[in-house]
Design a protein around this ligand. Structure first.
Ligand code: FES
Length: 175
């Protein structure tokens, strides 16, 4: 594996906010050791900031005394930790087998046309980022997608038109 791809390039840790520290401290009471809290800390920081910057990675690494490379490994493995800025609303779009059989490719095309974004891209207005995910556990209502915390089931072209955005593709993750 090319370590340059997965290791943070930020040099200076940012300061964790009081709220972040409070939540991480709470997690520390629930787990037997600091290392086990790594993923929860990443989720906490992401909840507060929308994504996890290199500076945040360093801050968590220092706070929990976990090697940065170890924390990067956790973030890489858990693909819902965003290491780049994402839109206000992340669309987790199921492209697993039931959704595929039920026509999710057509729905994806609707998203491409309506919002102007494809996988890994964010609309120019910063409203939406589209990310493909494996089964969301709602196969009998396929095709489905999760927008923020709201599940959208039995998707049709009209469901997509109800997403408002003036945006066009802004960036691809990984660029
Ligand atoms: S395959 Fe899409 S929700 Fe299960």
């Amino acid at each position: 594996m090319n370590r340059e791809v997965i290791v943070s390039s930020g040099k200076i840790a940012r300061e964790l906010s009081e709220a972040e520290v409070k939540e991480i401290e709470h997690e520390l009471t629930l787990y037997p050791d600091k290392k086990a809290v790594g993923l929860e800390a990443l989720k906490i920081v992401q909840r507060h900031n929308g994504w996890v910057s290199d500076e945040s990675m360093l801050a968590i690494s220092k706070y929990l005394d976990i090697a940065l490379s170890e924390l990067e490994g956790v973030a890489t493995f858990f693909n819902l930790i965003y290491r780049r800025p994402v839109g206000k609303n992340v669309i987790l779009f199921c492209d697993s087998v039931s959704c595929w059989i039920m026509g999710c490719e057509k729905i994806r095309k609707e998203i491409n046309d309506h919002l102007g974004i494809d996988y890994g891209e964010t609309t120019e207005d910063g409203e939406y980022t589209l990310i493909p995910v494996p089964c969301l556990g709602d196969c009998d209502k396929a095709p489905v997608m999760l927008v923020g915390e709201k599940m959208h089931r039995n998707l049709t072209a009209d469901s997509i038109k109800s997403l408002s955005s003036s945006g066009k593709a802004q960036n691809k993750s990984g660029e």
